[in-house]
Design a protein around this ligand. Structure first.
Ligand SMILES: *[C@@H]1O[C@H](CO)[C@@H](O)[C@H](O)[C@H]1NC(C)=O
Length: 186
């Protein structure tokens, strides 16, 4: 008996919920179920240059009790890194990764990435996605979260897999390969 009452209660609840979703019963909000998704996969390279007279990554903050190494907890970098089609430095420029990353782990090398990946090539010109994620930098392949975007990447959800293509251990300069998968709606 109790089971039956619970079942009836649940059925009423589901029915009410469904009605509220399909009727546009307020003037200021509308729900449309389009059901259609677009999956975009991207492959590009990220050039992070700390050395030289024109670095694309600069340290903007550091903890008071500083270990001066890049890996020190609390170090914060601002970047404007070129994104290219292939791994070579002179490969076609397709966009820029702009924003910040900082060393966010006390006993590991883990970076908090707060970055906008903006594109300038083809139909992706003026589209961008935002990546907000911890980057476990010592892993061979780092998985990171894509949380939104503009232009063709409006309402983006997705992830990026990053793998170092080349690194200079002395300067920290690096070229990183990215494979990103992004879901948007038509
Ligand atoms: C990225 O995709 C390419 C081509 O499919 C593949 O060779 C490479 O292993 C992928 N890299 C990562 C980190 O997933």
């Amino acid at each position: 008996m109790a089971k039956l009452i619970i079942t009836i209660f649940l059925l009423c609840f589901v029915a009410t919920g469904a009605r509220a979703q399909t009727s546009n019963d307020v003037s200021w909000a509308k729900r449309v179920d389009t059901g259609s998704q677009v999956v975009t996969t991207l492959q590009f390279y990220f050039h992070d240059t700390l050395s030289g007279s024109n670095p694309s990554a600069v340290r903007v903050a550091q903890p008071q009790s500083s270990s001066s190494s890049l890996g020190g907890f609390g170090n914060l970098m601002m970047i404007d890194d070129p994104l290219t089609e292939g791994p070579e430095k002179n490969s076609k420029l397709i966009g820029h990764a702009r924003g910040m990353y900082g060393q966010a782990a006390q006993n590991d090398l883990e970076l908090i990435m707060v970055l906008n990946y903006g594109f300038i090539d083809g139909i992706y010109k003026d589209s961008s996605f935002s990546l907000l994620s911890l980057n476990p930098a010592m892993k061979t392949v780092r998985e990171m979260t894509i949380v939104g975007g503009t232009g063709l990447f409006r309402l983006a959800r997705g992830y990026a897999l990053a793998q170092t293509y080349w690194i200079d251990p002395t300067t920290g300069d690096a070229i990183v390969g990215y494979n990103a998968t992004i879901v948007t709606y038509i």
